[in-house]
Design a binder for this molecule. Structure first.
Ligand SMILES: Cc1c2[nH]c(c1CCC(=O)O)Cc1[nH]c(c(CCC(=O)O)c1C)Cc1[nH]c(c(CCC(=O)O)c1C)Cc1[nH]c(c(C)c1CCC(=O)O)C2
Length: 347
């Protein structure tokens, strides 16, 4: 069983697995070179490009997993939603969803609309061999925020106002988005993904009561049942107050940002879940010895949990020196198992 899958299932072996959110992307010169002249959405729809970009960080850093190169809004694009991914901004939606009539643009995702995903994953799994591929999708809340706001938002004011002011419309929007994300995950798993991650990046904007009432059931609809096939990772940013609720979505692993130490997070979540994280991405710019000591502390604190997948607390910033990421992987592999054992987890 791959180290990442074992750790996710709470049966950590002798290898401590590590990968990075946004490991494929602008931090890599080979990515920037390959993307010249190709728009993001076009790159995400071309099986050859997807394959190459997904492999780049695996070849360079020797990480313990590949993550499928795509974007959370890609399935919406594939089913005909008029949107773009604007460099430096993120997803922009042409006709935001504000009323019931606006829901017309959101039908059901049919697997045939993302045939290029199956094609790309089939070839990737062949080249990856023993290295697992992580499939992913956006959670209903984070997707809904883009659909309602029309683009990135700091306060998610229109989204929260719909959630509170018209819960029926909100729930219908999230039911549709859950179908899209669930189908997108299933397509990836059917093609050979060995783990999945649900990104609810902006869930930390919510109070726990609202999260439990209006978001958690929809995320449960995405993840429920998949455990028979692959381990599931559930991640958000700023979610210290939501960690126990997020663990209830149906997940083996809870992704933790850099604000909550992993031992604190693990105690909040309980012994039944592995953790993923949580080195502060801002520290990638710090002197190596400072960064290395913080990384060792992340590993020691993660030893409280029955499984630990080392990662950052959020994505790799585009300005990151890729050699630093390679050194992190080496440190995790050479020092990680002993640090974890010393810190007290008896596997
Ligand atoms: C919120 C979110 C999005 N997309 C995603 C999330 C959840 C993860 C998170 O919280 O960061 C998920 C995502 N997006 C991308 C991946 C690829 C896999 C990987 O992690 O390596 C994944 C897993 C590629 C991408 N998605 C995007 C890029 C950059 C576009 C480019 O290279 O031209 C990449 C590599 C664009 C994108 N797409 C989105 C944003 C905020 C941006 C950044 C805009 C910018 O800074 O230019 C929406």
């Amino acid at each position: 069983m791959p180290a990442l899958v074992a750790a996710a299932r709470g049966r950590q072996g002798t290898r401590l697995p590590v990968w990075f959110m946004r490991q494929a992307g602008r931090s890599l010169p080979e990515y920037r070179e390959l993307r010249v002249g190709t728009r993001m959405l076009d790159a995400c729809s071309d099986p050859g490009m997807i394959h190459e970009i997904t492999m780049q960080p695996v070849r360079r850093h020797r990480v313990d997993a590949a993550i499928f190169f795509s974007d959370i809004v890609l399935p919406l694009k594939a089913m005909g939603v008029d949107l773009d991914i604007v460099a430096g901004t993120g997803p922009v939606i042409a006709r935001p969803v504000r009323t019931r009539a606006d829901l017309d643009q959101l039908g059901e995702l049919d697997p045939s609309q993302v045939g290029f995903v199956t094609e790309a994953i089939t070839s990737l799994v062949g080249e990856l061999g023993a290295t697992p591929l992580i499939g992913f999708a956006g959670a209903p809340f984070t997707l809904a925020s883009y659909m309602v706001e029309g683009g990135p938002s700091k306060d998610h004011a229109l989204t929260k106002s719909m959630m509170a002011g018209d819960p029926e419309l909100w729930d219908e929007l999230c039911r549709r988005l859950a179908q899209v994300s669930r189908t997108f995950l299933q397509v990836q798993v059917d093609a050979g993904a060995q783990a999945v991650q649900l990104f609810d990046s902006w869930a930390g904007a919510l109070a726990e009561e609202d999260y439990r009432a209006r978001v958690l059931p929809h995320s449960q609809a995405v993840l429920g049942g998949l455990e028979r096939e692959v381990p599931r990772i559930h991640f958000g940013v700023g979610t210290a107050e939501l960690l126990p609720a997020m663990a209830e979505a149906g997940t083996e692993v809870v992704g933790v940002d850099w604000r909550t130490p992993l031992d604190v997070a693990s105690r909040r979540i309980g012994p039944g879940h592995a953790v993923q994280g949580n080195l502060d991405p801002a520290l990638l710019l710090a002197p190596w010895e400072v960064l290395a000591e913080r990384l060792r502390e992340v590993i020691r604190r993660g030893a409280v949990a029955p499984g630990h997948i080392v990662n950052l607390g959020h994505g790799v910033p585009p300005s990151t020196d890729p050699d630093v990421l390679t050194r992190i992987v080496e440190l995790v592999h050479t020092e990680g198992p002993a640090l974890r054992a010393e810190a007290g987890h008896t596997d």
